[in-house]
Design a protein around this ligand. Sequence first.
Ligand code: ZN
Length: 248
Amino acid sequence: MNIHQEIHIPAHLWIGSPDKLQEKAISYIQTIFCLYRGCGTCVTCLLISEKRYYAAQWVVPEKQWYTIGDLEQITKTVVFMLDEGRNYVIVLEDADKLSASCANSLLKMLEEPPQGYQFILLASRQDLVLPTVASRCLVYVVPSSSTHNEIASFCELFKVMPNSMVIFDKMYESSFVGEQDPLLILDEISSYWMSAYQKLMLDGEFLKAQHIYHIVAELSYAYEHLPMPGSSKMFWRNLLLKIMITLR
Ligand SMILES: [Zn+2]
């Protein structure tokens, strides 16, 4: 999902490691206000990265949990609608530190802020954010670079077959595959086998291509039978076994 296409939903909830989220929020805000869509070097971009830009407010809890006092700066700011084309972004860090009573004072605002206001809520885990809050937001999981690498090596298993399933089990346990969108992983694996298939066809290697075609068919089947919650490991394990059998 491209977060920039979803700008019409006024509240986003981003989940990920705090460092990564800060970085992401800064570059996102830069693309909104920078004349060059986030060059990273102009005065606007610099002010945003230093959290000193006038139209981007960063809110953090003073103590362990948010208090009504912490949120006052928001309720005081978000009052009137802005002129057409004007934007104001509020970044609420540690959104998992909102108590129910605090969150209540925000709900209406998150859902229908006056024109021009946009909220970005940051949290390390979605299950710690109140459902009343999360349900009003577009939720976006920001993968950490280490997660990204783990997913890439996991996909690698489906391209270069492992010698034994023990490797699969180890890799699965150590990665966050179960928490990822299975479509992203399938896309990665499919595009590899599709291009392998096309290349063999172009080279006139029809017999080999036929083999690969069976893998492509297994993958299309997998697209139509995505894993249910809790059955992710079984799903990937079966898919890998089917591919391995095809190649044998
Ligand atoms: Zn700039």
